[in-house]
Design a protein. Structure first.
Length: 183
């Protein structure tokens, strides 16, 4: 099973962040499938079946990105649909379900989110897009081995905790176990 499929089933936010990273990798390799396979697949496996599966997967992503005209920036439509779904769930937990724990986590993160929104020039983005952008930024900082101050780490944590609760609720919703009566 491809790592993307595993992440999609286990943690939707990790899947979205992984797909953001894959979009960036494809762009960094200028949509050259052979270079992508050479640098991202061959270092992790020599199994011919796995290589073929990854090759087909990357080829499909490249085709989709070109068809959707997101060669320079933007995200795949199916990934954006997941973000919208998480945004709806965010609103539902805050209003319809009146989930007290989620409301508390949201309130703890709101000032950090607003500050991050301004610093990152994300005024046109909703809460979930900002949460995901922040977590992606943290991932990139770690990959680049950039130092993260304790204050920034604390800010990331408030956002991460809210996102984790939302992800748990998302998977409960998807498997039919999310109930507002439990709140």
């Amino acid at each position: 099973m491809l790592l993307a499929h595993q992440k999609q089933n286990e943690n939707i936010a990790e899947y979205i962040l992984y797909m953001y990273q894959m979009e960036d990798i494809i762009r960094a390799f200028q949509f050259d499938l052979e270079s992508i396979v050479q640098h991202t697949v061959l270092p992790i496996t020599d199994n011919a079946a796995e290589i073929a599966e990854y090759r087909a997967w990357y080829e499909g992503l490249i085709r989709e990105m070109k068809a959707q005209r997101i060669e320079l920036k933007g995200h795949l439509a199916d990934i954006q649909d997941l973000v919208i779904e998480l945004s709806y769930l965010n609103s539902t937990l805050l209003t319809v379900y009146n989930d007290e724990k989620y409301k508390m986590l949201n309130n703890q993160a709101v000032s950090t989110l607003e500050e991050f929104k301004v610093k990152s020039n994300l005024q046109d983005k909703n809460t979930i897009e900002i949460l995901l952008h922040a977590m992606y930024m943290k991932l990139l900082m770690r990959l680049k081995k950039q130092e993260i101050s304790s204050e920034t780490e604390e800010a990331f944590d408030t956002m991460r905790i809210q996102l984790a609760y939302l992800v748990k609720s998302y998977h409960q919703m998807k498997n039919g176990t999310l109930s507002y009566l439990q709140n």
